[in-house]
Design a protein around this ligand. Structure first.
Ligand SMILES: Cc1ncc(COP(=O)(O)O)c(CN[C@@H](CS)C(=O)O)c1O
Length: 409
């Protein structure tokens, strides 16, 4: 695969030229959110300047144009992830809302005592807390597929847990803490063998690698625009059309109805049934532009670039001798991030020292507190990579560890 032309990619991100205390920013917090290239910013500005109107309600030219842009963004997402069409693409605020939509619109109605919800121990709170609370409300029980010592799912345990009482399996595609790439097709097959549904959290996958929801055969798949060079405020819930047709909405209002009387209401077509009120129109335009921008580069090249940086970071950190790294060895089972701890230095202290060097990483539990409990650490430091990062930036991070050792170790 042709390596990325990182230098020319970086020219589309003025923010990467920012300096603090005379030092150029080193942005290694892409699992939290990615930066936004000029073509995406321009697409959203142009929308506001030239096409802004409310959608689906006006007859006038501007409303028709805004409606077309909004609808076509659904088509673009469907094509990008391998969905059958816009009917299977619901725009949400973010991944978290996608998880909640399925938990409330499907889980509350379908789950009851004796039903089993199977998660993994590496789930993000967006999934773990949501299904935990829905299970409490419905009397369903929750089981967690074990994560083994090198950060992979224990698939023997998965085969034990996923049984005929299982109603849904909800699993993260790529862990935002361990970097682990999970066998989501195998998990989906296991769920389907027991007539259970599969929900895949793709927040750290769709932005970083080719994803084909039809090949995975997931029933639901969620991700966020802001992690894929797009704007905040828009996410996607993919759902199989026959399931979405059966599901009742859980948020009501204008735009999602077909007929309203004083007695009752009926619902509109997919995906609009699950999109009440005035949606995030400019963000849909921005997401459409982000997909164009990513596909111009190529998702397989992005995956390869991130895996190369993750390998380099893993090897450089491991060579230090006093760094504990979480998750699998570098390779196809590790996405573009590395979480670690420096011996004798708390993650927050380390991250603060790195910030003194204008190196942006994340410290904390990365919204996976139960996983950190299992790892036996309160927090970790995480470096996560994207298309504009370089080996030289990783060298700066590794070199800065010495300051932390001198101060804290
Ligand atoms: C695997 C996974 N699943 C769900 C989410 C939630 O995405 P939202 O766009 O915030 O709804 C995230 C976002 N993880 C950020 C914020 S905690 C991180 O720093 O890791 C994620 O990584």
């Amino acid at each position: 695969l042709e390596p990325l032309d990182v230098a020319s990619i970086r020219e589309e991100f003025p923010i990467l030229q920012r300096e603090f205390d005379g030092q150029q920013v080193v942005y290694l917090d892409n699992a939290a959110t990615t930066q936004t290239p000029d073509p995406v910013v321009d697409a959203m500005s142009d929308y506001y300047r030239e096409s802004n109107a409310n959608i689906h309600r006006g007859i006038h030219h501007l409303s028709q144009e805004a409606s077309r842009l909004y609808e076509e963004a659904h088509d673009r997402v469907a094509e990008f992830i391998g969905a059958d069409g816009r009917e299977e693409v619901i725009f949400t605020k973010n991944t978290t809302e996608g998880e909640n939509l399925v938990a409330y619109a499907w889980g509350l109605n379908e789950l009851g005592p004796g039903d089993r919800v199977v998660l993994t121990e590496m789930e993000h709170h967006a999934s773990l807390v949501t299904w935990q609370q829905i299970a409490k409300q419905t009397g369903a029980d929750i089981e967690y597929i074990r994560v083994d010592a090198d950060g992979r799912l224990d698939m023997d345990h998965a085969r034990d847990l996923i049984d005929d009482d299982t109603a849904i399996v909800s699993a993260v595609h790529v862990s935002n803490t361990l970097g682990t790439v999970n066998p989501v097709s195998e998990l989906t097959d296991l769920a389907h063998e027991h007539d259970a549904l599969s929900f895949i959290d793709g927040a750290q996958a769709v932005p970083n690698r080719p994803v084909d929801v039809a090949a995975i055969d997931a029933d639901f798949y969620a991700f966020s625009g802001h992690k894929m060079a797009g704007p905040t405020g828009i996410g996607v819930l993919y759902g199989k059309q026959d399931l979405l047709e059966e599901m009742e909405p859980y948020l009501y209002g204008g735009g999602m109805i077909r007929k309203v009387t004083f007695e009752d209401s009926t619902w509109g077509d997919l995906p609009w049934k699950f999109e009440p009120g005035t949606p995030q129109i400019a963000e849909a335009v921005g997401l459409d532009a982000a997909i164009d921008w990513l596909e111009e580069i190529g998702m397989d090249r992005i995956e390869s670039h991130e895996q190369e940086l993750a390998r380099y970071a893993y090897e450089q950190l491991a060579a230090e001798g006093d760094v504990e790294i979480y998750g699998p060895e570098p390779g196809p089972e590790r996405g573009g991030l590395v979480s670690f701890n420096l011996e004798g230095v708390h993650a927050h202290d380390l991250t603060s020292i790195l910030n003194d060097h204008t190196i942006a990483v994340r410290a904390g539990d990365h919204c996976t507190q139960p996983l950190h409990d299992k790892l036996g650490v309160a927090a970790s430091t995480r470096a996560s990579f994207y298309v504009y990062n370089t080996r030289e930036e990783i060298d700066k991070l590794v070199a800065a560890l010495d300051d932390a050792r001198q101060l804290f170790a």
